[in-house]
Design a protein around this ligand. Structure first.
Ligand code: SAM
Length: 363
C-alpha cells in the first residue's frame, strides 16, 4: 500500500516520524510535552501540541495510517500486583470498547482508575474504532510500540482488529536484530486493513548475548552493531550504567564500545563513560545518545530534559523496518538506512490554519 499521511499519537521527539519522513511519508504528531514539541518543531516535524484524548481521527482527515507509542509507566511494574491489576483492567476495557458499550460510560470508568495513564494505552484502539464507526473510513494501517509488558494488550488489540477486517502481527522485537547498536526489547503491533497477510519485519542482524563472540551465531545474519559504529571517540571506551544489575547498586552494568549499548533510558546522561584503564571520559552528548538510538547525528535536540526525550523514543532505524513491514514493502535498502545518519534543516510544518486540530490546539 502507499500511505498518504501518518497521525502519530504520543509522538515524543519523533523517532517514528523521522523514519516515516525518510520513507517519504508525511506525518503529524500529537504530543503534550512542550520540550518534545520544541525538538519536533526544530526538526520541522508537523506537531499538534495537546492531549491525545481531546482529539480524534476526524481532526486529521488526511491521515490514513495510525501510529502510537502510549506512555508505559504503569506497565513497567508488570509482574507486581499493581502492574497485573492495571493489565487486567485494560483488557476488560478493550472488551467493552470492542463490544461497542456506551463510550461515555467507558470514559467515566476510565476516569476512576487509580492511575489515569493506564487508560492512555486504550487511545489508539478508540481512534481505530472511531475511524470505522464514525467516519466509515478505517485506518489503512496501524503501528503500535511499547515496552514488552504491554504485549498482552497488543494481543487483545490484535484479536479486536482482526474482527474489524485487519490482518495483524504482533510480538517482541530486539532492536539490535535490526542493526540498532543497542539492546532494547519492544512489543510491536502492525496491522493492515484487507486480506494481504502482515508479518513483523525479518531480523537482519544477530541478537546480542553477553560474552558470545561477535562473529559467532547464525551466518545468514549480520553481526550486531556496536557503540563504536555510531559514536566517534578517539579511544575505546566503556559505559558504566547508572543502574545496578539485578537491583544491586554495586553491580553496575558495563558495556564496552565494541558491544551494543545497554537500553538507552531517560537517565542516559547519568551513565559514566571511562577509558579502558578507568580514566573518566566525557559523558554522552545529546547527539551521541541520539545516535545510540539511531537518530541522525545533527538531530536538533531542544528544550528541557533531552535525555528523557531520547530514552522515550522508538529508534528510527527499527521504525524504518516496522513501517516497511506494515505497508507490505521490502525491507529498507542500505542507502535508506544510511540516510538516517543526517537530518539537515527542514522548514517547520505547522498544521494548516483551517485544520480543526490546529484551531483547537490554539485555544
Ligand atoms: C514513549 S513516548 C513516545 C515516543 C515516540 N513514539 C517516539 O518515537 O519518539 C510517550 C510520549 O507520550 C507523551 N504523552 C503522554 N501522555 C500524553 C497525552 N495524554 N497526550 C499527548 N501526549 C502524551 C509523553 O510526553 C511522551 O513523549
Amino acid at each position: 500500500m502507499q500511505p498518504t499521511k501518518i497521525v502519530d499519537l504520543f509522538a515524543g521527539p519523533g523517532g517514528l516520524d523521522v523514519a516515516a519522513e525518510k520513507l517519504g511519508i508525511s506525518t503529524v504528531g500529537v504530543e503534550w510535552d512542550s520540550a518534545a514539541c520544541t525538538t519536533r518543531r526544530a526538526a520541522g516535524l508537523e506537531t499538534v501540541e495537546g492531549d491525545v484524548r481531546l482529539y480524534g481521527p476526524s481532526d486529521f482527515p488526511e491521515a490514513d495510517v495510525l501510529a502510537g507509542g502510549p506512555p508505559c509507566q504503569t506497565f513497567t511494574v508488570a509482574g507486581t500486583g499493581v502492574g497485573r491489576r492495571a493489565l487486567d483492567e485494560v483488557l476488560r476495557f478493550v472488551e467493552r470498547l470492542v463490544a461497542r458499550e456506551d463510550r461515555e460510560e467507558i470514559e467515566k470508568d476510565l476516569a476512576k482508575l487509580d492511575d489515569e495513564r493506564t487508560g492512555l494505552v486504550l487511545q489508539p484502539l478508540m481512534w481505530a474504532l472511531d475511524a470505522i464507526d464514525k467516519l466509515d473510513r478505517p485506518f489503512r494501517a496501524i503501528v503500535l510500540e511499547q515496552v514488552p509488558a504491554v504485549l498482552p494488550v497488543w494481543e487483545a488489540y490484535a484479536k479486536a482488529l482482526i474482527e474489524e477486517g485487519y490482518q495483524v502481527d504482533c510480538g517482541i522485537l530486539h532492536t539490535e536484530a535490526y542493526g540498532v547498536p543497542q539492546t532494547r526489547r519492544r512489543a510491536v503491533l502492525i496491522a493492515r486493513h484487507g486480506k494481504d497477510p502482515v508479518t513483523l519485519p525479518v531480523a537482519t542482524h544477530r541478537i546480542y548475548r553477553k560474552g558470545a563472540a561477535r562473529d559467532s551465531g547464525d551466518t545468514n545474519l549480520l553481526p550486531w552493531r556496536t557503540m563504536a559504529d555510531v559514536v566517534s571517540r578517539p579511544t575505546a571506551f566503556e559505559v558504566i550504567s547508572n543502574y545496578g544489575t539485578g537491583g544491586d547498586p554495586k553491580a553496575r552494568g558495563r558495556r564496552g564500545s565494541g558491544e551494543p549499548s545497554a537500553t538507552v533510558t531517560g537517565k542516559i546522561s547519568r551513565n559514566r563513560v571511562v577509558s579502558p584503564n578507568g580514566d573518566e571520559l566525557g559523558r554522552f552528548t545529546p547527539s551521541e545518545a541520539g545516535r545510540l538510538q539511531t537518530f541522525p547525528s545533527d538531530y536538533p535536540w531542544s528544550g528541557k530534559d533531552i535525555g528523557q526525550q531520547i530514552g522515550n523514543a522508538v529508534p528510527p532505524r527499527l521504525a524504518l523496518h516496522i513501517l516497511s513491514a506494515a505497508f507490505g514493502w521490502d525491507a529498507p535498502s542500505e542507502a535508506l538506512l544510511q540516510s538516517l545518519t543526517t537530518w539537515g534543516s527542514r522548514p517547520t510544518r505547522e498544521p494548516a490554519p483551517e485544520d480543526p486540530a490546529a484551531v483547537e490546539s490554539n485555544q
